[in-house]
Design a protein around this ligand. Structure first.
Ligand code: GLC
Length: 476
């Protein structure tokens, strides 16, 4: 009889329920990809992976599809704090939503008030563990993601949930290292969790991500290059020495993308479907994008696209300043994203400067994003650091050539000169050089088309990465 390995996957956000960034894409897709693996893929086990996320205020689910499955209390500062668990399905996968006062107290997924977030995710993590006692299903492995759910590993390690979960192992995936989470010394105390002596640096010893990294059997970075970078001062967020002495527990597995949803042949959000074989058809999408953004409809003008969270990490300011220095050449740009208001304003300023070349849309818009992937020629991604990055992979799948910084997952997914253009230094000069090179190649239609075909031929689906995670689960 086949053995079933049960995995509880925990995250702060997951598509299709709630999405702020790439974490949601991963949490929405990876658990399902793991469930879809055959026994041949996993070496003879069946993976029963289930997802749990907070029932954020912003989640709008039809009441009818949420079934209450558990209600219990946690002790906090000597009084009982109620938690409820609701279940729904995403495809054939059970998904648990955890509700309770610390979750409803905060209006957004992530708050600028770190005390609110500290309380919310401490509660979520501990309630997720407690939930297991009330379900008719006990996981062998808990897979935590980022600081929000790291405490689960910590609580397991210090045997806070001793008797019931002695054999439960934990694994932590790091999607964005610099976000270590707020100091939660007070939170831990209020829920009765002792603060262990660890080999973490003093300043990090009460922050959730470091505690989780210390406690987990395996830590996974979302790309092999980022796993290496985490050992350096530039990218290690102050934990580089800690990683160096825990090298064996750290590994890198590249994310995939949902290549069924992101398929230029089937995507219903774009004006004309196409594939590598019918690449000529792609130009209808460029024309449609130019039309809908009020840019000149002209297939010969190179069109840059940006789809990004507007945060410092993404190097948007570099892209904006590079574009503003390209006055002599002819180009257009469509920029979509939301986030930091300073960066949003900078983008709007570029639009004012080049009203007939630049269109900036400050919002989250999945449909427009897809139109940009399908309609622009080049995709700008000058990230200062990039644990994995998903949009460069989506862009390549749509034949939109990325121009990206050679860092983290960008370096692992883009082949310089074959499927995209990579540049080394996080400055405008270095980026401009790569953009000029791309513009040069763009003028040679055959060369450009062959790069597009190379890019579209890459396999970024979840299958391979899911197999690597499955192997890791087994090794635990
Ligand atoms: C974070 C990282 C990004 C990664 C995503 C999913 O958003 O910044 O690089 O692709 O998580 O792992």
């Amino acid at each position: 009889m086949t053995k079933t390995l049960k995995v509880l996957f925990l995250a702060a956000e997951a598509t299709p329920f709630v999405k702020i960034g790439g974490l949601a894409d991963v949490a929405g897709a990876l658990p399902r990809a793991l469930r879809a693996l055959s026994e041949e893929d996993t070496g003879g086990v069946k993976l029963d992976v289930r997802l749990a996320i907070p029932l954020h205020m912003v989640i709008r689910t039809e009441a009818a599809t949420l079934r209450p499955v558990a209600s219990f209390s946690l002790m906090r500062s000597g009084s009982e704090l109620n938690a409820q668990v609701f279940e729904t399905n995403s495809g054939d996968m059970p998904v648990y939503f955890i509700a309770g006062e610390p979750i409803t107290n905060s209006a957004s997924v992530y708050s600028s008030n770190s005390a609110l977030d500290g309380e919310k995710y401490t509660f979520f993590s501990l309630a997720a563990l407690e939930m297991i006692k009330h379900l008719d299903w006990e996981p062998d492995i808990i897979h935590a993601n980022d600081w929000h759910t790291s405490l689960v590993s910590y609580a397991l390690q210090i045997k806070h949930w001793d008797a019931e979960m002695q054999d439960t192992k934990s694994l932590l995936t790091v999607h964005n290292l610099p976000f270590l989470g707020p100091d939660i010394m007070g939170r831990l105390a209020s829920y009765g969790l002792p603060l262990s002596a660890t080999d973490l640096p003093k300043w990090a010893h009460a922050k959730p991500l470091p505690l989780g990294l210390w406690a987990s059997k395996k830590n996974v970075a979302v790309s092999p290059t980022y796993a290496d970078e985490m050992l350096t001062k530039e990218f290690g967020a102050g934990l580089e020495d800690f990683f160096a002495s825990h090298k064996n527990s750290l590994t890198g597995i590249i994310n995939g993308i949902d290549s069924e949803s992101y398929d230029p042949e089937k995507d219903s959000a774009i004006s004309t479907n196409y594939s590598a074989e019918t690449l000529e058809e792609r130009s209808w999408n460029k024309a449609a994008l130019q039309k809908s953004t009020n840019l000149d409809i002209d297939s010969s003008i190179p069109l840059f696209g940006i789809v990004s969270r507007m945060t410092g990490q993404k190097g948007i300011d570099l892209a904006l300043s590079a574009l503003s220095r390209l006055r002599q050449e002819s180009w257009q740009a469509v920029i979509l994203g939301t986030g930091d208001s300073v960066i949003e304003k900078q983008a709007k300023r570029l639009e004012k400067l080049f009203p007939d070349r630049v269109k900036v849309e400050i919002r989250y818009d999945d449909k427009l994003a897809r139109k940009i992937y399908a309609g622009s020629d080049m995709f700008l991604m000058p990230s200062l650091y990039e644990p994995c990055g998903l949009s460069q992979m989506v862009a390549m799948r749509y034949g939109c050539i990325p121009i990206a910084r050679a860092t983290g997952g960008l370096k692992d997914t883009i082949k310089n000169g074959e499927t995209g253009f990579l540049f080394e230094n996080a400055n405008t000069k270095s980026l401009l050089k790569a953009m000029r090179e791309a513009l040069q190649v763009y003028k040679n239609n055959n060369h450009w088309k062959s790069m597009q075909r190379n890019a579209m031929a890459e396999d970024f689906s979840w299958g391979n990465s899911a197999k690597q995670y499955a192997a890791l689960y087994k090794s635990l």
